[in-house]
Design a protein around this ligand. Sequence first.
Ligand code: ATP
Ligand code: MG
Length: 400
Amino acid sequence: MTYDHILVRYGELALKGKNRKTFMQILKRNVEKKLSDFPNIKVKAKRDHMYILLNGEDHEPILKTCEDIFGIQSFSLAMKIENDEDQIKAGALEALKLENGRTFKVTCKRPNKDFPISSQDMNQILGGHLLTNTEGWTVDVHNPDVELRVEIRHDATYITAKKIPGKGGLPVGTTGKTLLMLSGGIDSPVAGYLTMNRGVEIEAIHFHSPPFTSERAKQKVEDLGRVLTNYGGDVKLHVIPFTEIQQKIFQEAPENYGMTIMRRLMMRISERVAKERDILSITTGESLGQVASQTMESMHAINEVTNYPVIRPLVAMDKLDIIKVSKEIGAYDISILPYEDCCTIFVPKQPKTRPTREKVNEFENPIDFSKDIEKAIENMETVTLSANESQVEDEFEDLL
Ligand code: ATP
Ligand code: MG
């Protein structure tokens, strides 16, 4: 008698009416992909729950993985047992022995009325059996450390104990795709993660300025993109060569407007890439008031160049909360590595904190960037980032 499957409770997708079936299929696909290291498991998506049949695989790492999958409300180890009183007793005892705590409660349900013992009586029988055969446990029906749930259905009886909270949210891939402007900083990976929470799949775009920014800085961005693959599928990262455009801006525009113009060019190029790839929105890590470039005026000036929806999940978040999420998702230690990004290199001494659209147009319009934009997009390089291929090269380098 042992745990043989994991019972997965759907999150919000349970509410989604007609789309429900698609949502279940996408969640099933995401779960299977995440668990591809466990060849024996089998995933079954049913109307009310999803089941992961362990078929002998160790449950610990699988439970850990379930914690990272969007669209799962909660999950529990579960045991399937014959509809037989003695077997159910043995199963309940086995389940309780695996738990830590001092008090328990048994909650029986009996949708199968052919089973001869009522759920009330089963509660008593199982409670008595557990008290007799364990040491140190007492019953607490109001606030138990462990609640053993026993469900007697037509096909079999199912026992679960601990309910582990999942991430909630929607399965990644159910609400479309966004183009995430990914820098090497703390904010943009968090912005990507939060967007994924709403079921959005991510492609990322990064502006790279060699030789002012190093190969290692690009690697850092790849590593950050790879962090996001832990919570969804593969992430395509588009790397745009941005050196020439940046040099042109800083040669031809007034220094204090350089930052705003640079951001507008990033936004224009991002929109072009999104359009070519049928992606309907752009996501950034902008927050209000964090740095000089992140004022309402600045956002207004930058946003003028696109009519795409720009998703800014961090706009209302405090920095400390952003850092907290960054740490939780395993991005923080990478984000704080000291490699230069293109914005820190060309940063003007006194960037305009309150740029106006009129002024920025006045300075920007005389400069013709059209060819530079074409060239940058032509020379874009795309890499597909997957989970599990973590920094092998780096470790190798360190060994040499
Ligand atoms: P982050 O921590 O994400 O770097 P930040 O606080 O440094 O953000 P800014 O430098 O003002 O803020 O950048 C605002 C946003 O612009 C970033 O969150 C990111 O979405 C985008 N961005 C900035 N630099 C780049 C870049 N080199 N490539 C792609 N996107 C970028
Ligand atoms: Mg930054």
